[in-house]
Design a protein around this ligand. Structure first.
Ligand code: F55
Length: 838
């Protein structure tokens, strides 16, 4: 025990334990030290990747020091903490961010420059940590950055997948998936905690008995066990000593169980069991916004929530407080329904293991959890089949049924004799077999439920959670509009623009207070400033053009309008509508006289994004884009007037190059389907304009930047239902321009039309669920408005500056503060730069 050490021992520690100085020589020494010892390389045998590893190890030493200091001071003060449970953390690269947040970017750049390396090359040697599908996972990463920067005591909990989101290659125009084995080379950004090993159980049966007071109690007698091993990823805040943590769990076989099968003489089975155990954290499920319903996925969810809760409860118990204080010390945020089992697991711990009575336990549980919903799409709603759930988690199933029973009894009391209402609100769906509705369980087990943009939060109140709003009252259902971190998405990704902004505002305080960007509004008409602004955009476009040349072999002109749609491929996001409009544009250009062609605004249409491997129609969209690109890009009648590009393997670090280079980006989901969108925020923050629908956060972006600086088209969310109805039952004809486009595909303009038949049939009258036909005419008009506006470069630059200037609201610092104040009720805890132990 440290507190029992004699004074001399403490003094000795304090003399030896000194934070490293941040001068160039100390830094270089530490890099060289890691090259020659940790990496066992000679200086002359060093490449960019080795340099990256050495810099990473050197930065990591400092992160560990900050991490230790933060966690030590937190343990002592023991303030309320928030735990962010997310199955996905899409962190991307770490090095640039770590150096920025440590405040050591410049000195490291100089240091390695003198050692013969360029910082850009070293930074680019790092591969992405891609433990996420899309912006649900990226949101978690932005929130972790903001939590640390705002000095909130917060931990993330997730899984350490061996394989992140698959790597996408395009083969003959089709998506092909390849494994992303990102741990091939050691990951310097994680700290393995091999000593933290938590047993996690599955299957078995429930033992019921009477306790000494004659009360019936239940005990789970599990049939299988695995171990959860902790890996910690330090998350430093920007310009602070605080360093938070993301704890990722990895599954490992349990020794005892191996030996049991081994002793039975069944060696093969013991090895097989071990393999099954390791499989749990082997791979990230690659579906976004669709539910797969696989047993292994349920195992992942329980493994992760049980390990995390075990850890949280252990930390709470150290303080020897009363259980009723638990919600005063712990807030747990559920990132979508994926961690909803945590609600059941905490109730099980409190009732079965800590012997609390049901109602006291349930009060603690519901005061602890809050739930973020990210979608209203029916196919994305998580449901688990009762038989499968019962086999893996027999005791948890009983608890779910009890939670449901007590809940429905209360509903019945408030709204008597309404069987339809009970059926609608039940956590159990009466199907064959029965299904557990995880969203209902999450609502019932939480004290706050939030959507991720104003429209979306209103929609969930009016649709999927309508009955619950009536029962609980509307205070439980709140909005927290998503945000993005200005550190990664402006300062790092667009460093030149960032420098111009700092120079113009006279300070870099905007990096931590994004509303300060408003100061740029007074520069909108400043010609010198405009020129600098456009020069930076052009340089970013040149950089992207080089990347396109290198990765796709396509030559594009940086003087053309860069039109970008990068995001997961999904029918509701309507990449299909985009490529159909590109075909329309192509056909129009082909019909023009040379004189008319001179007036056409040249455009490069850039696509990127992954389709879920089992999502056939989405994969056909990728094929169509590539087929169209093939024809258009080689047509001499078109030349530079139109180029079409599909950039393979879209990921976070590609986004960091693409986002700052866009003139227009497309966020064109059918109104009411995109919960928020966050890339829309990234593009506008970087001075790119939006072509979009009145959906998700587009609406709030419009409110902030003004309608003159955004191109909006299409039907509104409240019109969607009527439009679908009209289409289905009143035989509304297909848009004529769209008919022309489909005819062109069908006559074989872009490869064998048979390939695309399943895609085209999604537009059959009455089946066009995402309303491409209904929105097509206004989409084409909006595209023309974009062309016209871009031709007026004097006005365009003003729009671009106004975009950036008015994006302060969309900082994830603002979002996180709203969560902290209104949902978690936690306060910042400032770590003091104290290098002494005591
Ligand atoms: C991943 C797995 C499952 Cl099972 C379901 C959904 C996902 C997923 O990746 N969802 C996702 O990314 N949702 C998005 O969340 C963003 C952050 O809130 C929103 O901006 C976006 O609108 C929403 O689609």
């Amino acid at each position: 025990e440290r507190s029992k050490w004699p004074k001399e021992t403490i003094d000795l520690w304090n003399r030896l334990y000194k934070k490293d100085a941040a001068d160039i020589e100390t830094i270089q020494k530490s890099i060289v030290h890691h090259v020659t010892t940790t990496l066992a390389r000679a200086a002359y045998n060093m490449d960019n990747f080795t340099a990256y590893q050495a810099v990473a190890l050197s930065a990591r030493d400092r992160l560990i020091a900050q991490w230790n200091e933060t966690q030590g001071q937190l343990s002592k003060a023991d303030p309320k903490r928030v735990y962010y449970l997310s199955l996905e953390f899409l962190l991307g690269r770490s090095m640039d961010n770590a150096l920025l947040n440590l405040g050591l970017k410049d000195v490291y750049a100089k240091g390695i420059g003198q050692l013969g390396f360029r910082m850009e090359d070293v930074v680019e040697s790092e591969s992405d940590a891609a433990l996420g599908n899309g912006n649900l996972g990226r949101l978690a990463a932005c929130y972790m950055d903001s939590l640390a920067t705002l000095e909130y005591p917060a931990w993330g909990y997730g899984l350490r997948y061996n394989y992140g989101i698959f790597q996408q290659r395009i083969i003959e125009g089709y998506q092909a998936e390849f494994p992303d084995y990102w741990l091939n080379f050691d990951n310097p950004w994680e700290l393995p905690r091999l000593d933290i090993s938590i047993p996690i159980y599955f299957a078995g049966h429930v033992h019921s008995f009477q306790d000494e007071y004659g009360v019936t109690r239940h005990k789970w007698v599990p049939g299988q066990s695995v171990q959860a091993i902790a890996y910690d990823v330090p998350i430093p805040g920007y310009d602070t000593e605080n360093c938070n943590n993301i704890r990722l769990w990895r599954s490992k076989p349990t020794r005892v169980f191996d030996l049991t099968s081994f002793n039975e003489g069944n060696y093969e089975k013991s090895v097989e069991d071990a393999t099954q155990a390791e499989k749990i954290t082997s791979v990230l499920y690659p579906n976004d916004n669709t539910m797969a319903g696989k047993e292994l996925r349920l195992k992942q969810q329980y493994f992760w929530t049980a390990a995390s809760l075990h850890d949280i409860v252990r930390r709470f118990k150290k303080s020897q407080r009363d259980w009723s204080d638990f919600p005063e010390q712990v807030a747990i945020q559920l990132n979508d329904t994926h961690p909803t089992l945590a609600i059941v697991e905490l109730q099980r711990i409190l009732v079965d293991e800590e012997q609390l009575n049901w109602d006291d336990a349930w009060e603690i549980v519901t005061r602890t959890f809050a739930f973020t919903n990210h979608t209203v799409l029916p196919e994305a709603m998580e449901k688990w089949s009762v038989p499968m759930f019962e086999y893996l988690l027999p005791r948890h199933l009983q608890i779910v049924f009890d939670i449901n029973l007590f809940f429905l009894q209360k509903v019945e009391k408030r709204f008597p004799n309404d069987r339809e209402l009970l059926k609608r609100m039940s956590i159990i769906e009466e199907a064959q077999p029965q299904q557990i509705r995880m969203a209902h369980l999450a609502v019932v087990g939480s004290h706050k439920v939030n959507g991720v943009a104003a429209l979306h939060s209103n929609l969930i109140r009016d649709t999927i959670f309508k009955d619950f709003v009536e029962y609980y009252g509307s205070d439980k259902f709140v909005n927290v509009t998503n945000g993005i971190t200005s550190r990664r998405w402006l300062n790092q990704a667009n460093h030149k623009l960032s420098e111009l902004i700092t120079e113009t505002l006279g300070s870099d305080a905007w990096i931590k207070d994004l509303d300060l960007l408003k100061g740029l509004n007074k520069k909108v008409d400043d010609k010198v400033f405009q020129k600098k602004w456009m020069a930076i955009k052009r340089a970013n476009k040149v950089r992207l053009a080089e990347l396109i040349k290198e990765r796709c072999g396509i030559e594009v002109s940086p003087d053309a309008l860069f039109d970008v749609q990068v995001k997961r491929i999904h029918e509701y996001k309507r990449q299909f509508m985009n490529i159909l409009a590109v075909i329309h544009r192509y056909r129009t250009i082909k019909s023009l006289t040379p004189a008319q062609k001179a007036n056409v605004q040249p455009r490069v249409v850039i696509f990127g994004g992954k389709a879920a491997p089992g999502y056939y129609v989405a994969k056909l969209v990728i094929k169509l884009i590539n087929s169209v690109a093939n024809v258009v890009n080689q047509d001499p009648a078109v030349g530079d007037l139109l180029k079409v590009v599909f950039i393979p393997d879209y990921n976070v670090s590609l986004a960091e190059v693409i986002v700052p280079a866009s003139d227009i980006s497309q966020h064109i989901s059918t109104a009411g389907t995109e919960a928020s969108g966050t890339s829309n925020m990234k593009f506008v923050l970087n001075g790119g304009l939006i072509l979009g629908t009145m959906d998700g956060a587009n609406i709030e972006i419009l409110e902030e930047i003004g309608e003159d600086n955004i191109f909006i088209f299409g039907c509104l969310a409240h019109e969607v239902e009527d439009l679908r109805y009209a289409q289905r039952y009143r035989g509304v004809p297909m848009d004529p321009a769209l008919q022309g486009v489909l005819a062109a595909i069908e006559k074989g303009t872009f490869e064998d039309p048979k390939i695309f038949q399943p895609l085209i049939s999604t537009l059959t009258i009455g089946k066009d669920y995402y309303l491409i036909s209904a929105d097509f005419a206004s989409y084409l008009r909006a595209n023309q408005a974009v062309d016209a506006a871009y031709k007026d470069q004097d006005e365009w630059v003003k729009k671009s500056i106004r975009c950036t200037a008015n994006m302060g609201k969309f900082s994830s610092d603002r979002s996180v503060k709203e969560y902290a104040d209104n949902i978690w009720h936690i306060k910042p805890f400032k770590v003091v730069d104290n290098q002494q132990i005591d």
